[in-house]
Design a protein around this ligand. Structure first.
Ligand SMILES: Nc1ncnc2c1ncn2[C@@H]1O[C@H](COP(=O)(O)OP(=O)(O)OP(=O)(O)O)[C@@H](O)[C@H]1O
Ligand SMILES: [Mg+2]
Length: 401
C-alpha cells in the first residue's frame, strides 16, 4: 500500500487512481498522516501531494529519517524549483517529482520502494542473518591489502573513469601492486576502456566458486600495466546472476592477500553483490557531479551507508566534473551532501576521447590536469596520506553525516 497525503480532493483522487484505489491510503490532514504512519508499520512509501506545504514536508521527512529510516518519502510539486529540491533532499525526501508527470511519479515511487526493500532485506539476505565480514568500528580486518570501492547510486557520474585512473595512479609505474576488479557485473566496461581482451573474466570463477584459491584468482587476472592486474566483468550480462555474494567476498579476500590495493568498480545499485563488496571495503570513494539528481543520490547513499553502519571516517567524496559551470559551487555541493569534498576532478573532453581510444588519460597523458587530479587523490588518500585530509575526514566521522 502507498500512503498519499493530499488536501485537494481532486488531486488526491487522481493520485489514488494512479497508484490503484485498492492499493492506496489517502489522508488529508497532517495528524491523520502521522497516525497512519505510526499504525501501519509495514508501509514503505509516503507520497506527499503538491498541496503539502514545504515546511510540513521537511519536518515530516526529518522525523521519518530518524524514526522510520526504511520508509521512503516522495514529494510532488506543481513546479520544480532547485531551492525546494535542495531543502527537501537535505531533509531526507528521496525524490522530488513534477506532480503533472505520472510516469516520473511511478518511476520515483518504484525506486523508493526498491531501496526500502533492500534496506529491510539487508540483515536477512536469503532468509538468514548474514554474519558481517566487517566490524562497524574498524572496517574489515587489517591484514592484507586495502580495499577501495568506487561507488555512486547514480549511473554515468564517472565511477569507472575514477576506478581505472585511480588504479593506474596507485600502481605508480610498478611501485605498488594493485588489483582492479570490475564488479559492474552486467555492464562492466573496464575491458573496452583499457583494450584488455576478456578471454578470462570473473564468470570463469563461477564453476569453481566453492574452491577458488589465490592461484585460481591469478589465472583470471589480465595484466595491464606494471603493478596493475585486472579482473574483468563477464562478457555476457546474464552471467552476472550466477555470481553470488560469497564468491565476491572470497575473491576480494584473495585479492587482498596478493595485492596492496584492491580497487573495485561497481554498478549503481544496492544489490546483494554490491553489498558484498561494500561490506569488505576499507575506503568508500563516493563519486558525484555538481547536478541536483546526482547530489540527491549521493545524499540517499550516505543515509543508506548510515543504516548499514559503514564508517563515516572511511567515506571520501569525489566531485567529478568539478569545474562544470552549472550554477552549483563546491560550497553548494558540500551543503547539499553535508560532507566535505576531498577530491575534485576537472571536466575535460579528453576523458571521453581517451575512453574512445581505449587508453586512460593517466596512461596516455600523465601530466594532463585530469591525470594530475587522480594522482593527487591517490597520493593524498593512500600513498602518502595528508594529515589535514585525514583530520577533515575524521572530524566528519565524529558527527552525524
Ligand atoms: N571528468 C570528466 N570530464 C568529461 N567527461 C567525463 C569525465 N568523467 C567521466 N566522463 C564521461 O562521462 C561518461 C560516464 O563516465 P563513466 O563511464 O566513468 O561513469 P560510470 O559512473 O562508470 O557510468 P556507469 O554507471 O554507466 O557505469 C563517459 O562518457 C566518460 O567519458
Ligand atoms: Mg561504470
Amino acid at each position: 500500500m502507498t500512503i498519499v497525503y493530499e488536501q485537494w480532493q481532486q488531486q488526491a483522487k487522481q493520485l489514488a487512481t494512479l497508484f490503484g484505489i485498492e492499493e492506496t491510503h489517502v489522508v488529508s490532514t497532517a495528524d491523520s498522516l502521522v497516525e497512519l504512519v505510526n499504525t501501519e508499520r509495514a508501509e514503505q512509501l509516503v507520497v506527499l501531494g503538491p498541496s503539502t506545504p514545504l515546511a510540513e514536508a521537511v519536518g515530516f521527512s526529518e522525523q521519518c529519517r530518524v524514526r522510520r529510516p526504511t520508509l521512503g518519502v516522495v514529494l510532488l510539486r506543481q513546479h520544480l524549483d532547485v531551492n525546494v529540491m535542495t531543502e527537501a533532499i537535505r531533509a531526507g525526501v528521496r525524490e522530488v517529482v513534477d506532480a503533472n508527470d505520472p510516469a516520473a511519479i511511478l518511476a520515483a515511487c518504484a525506486r523508493s520502494q526498491d531501496l526500502s526493500r533492500q534496506l529491510e532485506a539487508k540483515p536477512k539476505l536469503n532468509g538468514q542473518t548474514v554474519p558481517s565480514a566487517r566490524t562497524p568500528e574498524d572496517g574489515p580486518e587489517p591484514m592484507g591489502g586495502q580495499v577501495i570501492t568506487v561507488f555512486a547510486a547514480k549511473g554515468g557520474v564517472g565511477k569507472t573513469t575514477t576506478a581505472i585512473n585511480l588504479a593506474v595512479a596507485l600502481a605508480d609505474g610498478g611501485r605498488h601492486k594493485v588489483c582492479l576488479m570490475d564488479l559492474d557485473l552486467a555492464f562492466g566496461d573496464v575491458a573496452i576502456l583499457t583494450q584488455l581482451s576478456p578471454e578470462r573474466t570473473i564468470a570463469d570463477a563461477i564453476p569453481v566458486a566453492d574452491r577458488i584459491d589465490e592461484t585460481g584468482l591469478r589465472s583470471l587476472l589480465a595484466p595491464y600495466r606494471s603493478g596493475l592486474d585486472v579482473l574483468l566483468a563477464p562478457v555476457q550480462p546474464a552471467a552476472a546472476e550466477d555470481i553470488g555474494r560469497q564468491l565476491i567476498s572470497d575473491l576480494i579476500q584473495l585479492a587482498r592477500d596478493a595485492f596492496e590495493y584492491v580497487v573495485i568498480d561497481t554498478a549503481s545499485a544496492f544489490s546483494e553483490q554490491m553489498l558484498a563488496a561494500l561490506d569488505a571495503t576499507h575506503h568508500y570513494l563516493l563519486v558525484t557531479t555538481p547536478e541536483i539528481p546526482s547530489l540527491k543520490n549521493t545524499r540517499v547513499t550516505l543515509d543508506m551507508f548510515d543504516l548499514l553502519d559503514y564508517r563515516k571516517a572511511a567515506r571520501t567524496l569525489v566531485l567529478n566534473r568539478a569545474d562544470s559551470k552549472v550554477g552549483l559551487s563546491s560550497g553548494d555541493v558540500e551543503k547539499i551532501v553535508r560532507m566535505p569534498i576531498v577530491g575534485s576532478i576537472p571536466s575535460s573532453r579528453d576523458v571521453p576521447v581517451a575512453a574512445n581510444a581505449g587508453v586512460p588519460l593517466t596512461v596516455s597523458s600523465p601530466s594532463h590536469p585530469v591525470s594530475q587530479a587522480y594522482k593527487d587523490l591517490a597520493t593524498r588518500l593512500f600513498l602518502n596520506p595528508n594529515v589535514a585530509d585525514l583530520q577533515k575526514r575524521s572530524r566528519f566521522g565524529r558527527g552525524r553525516g
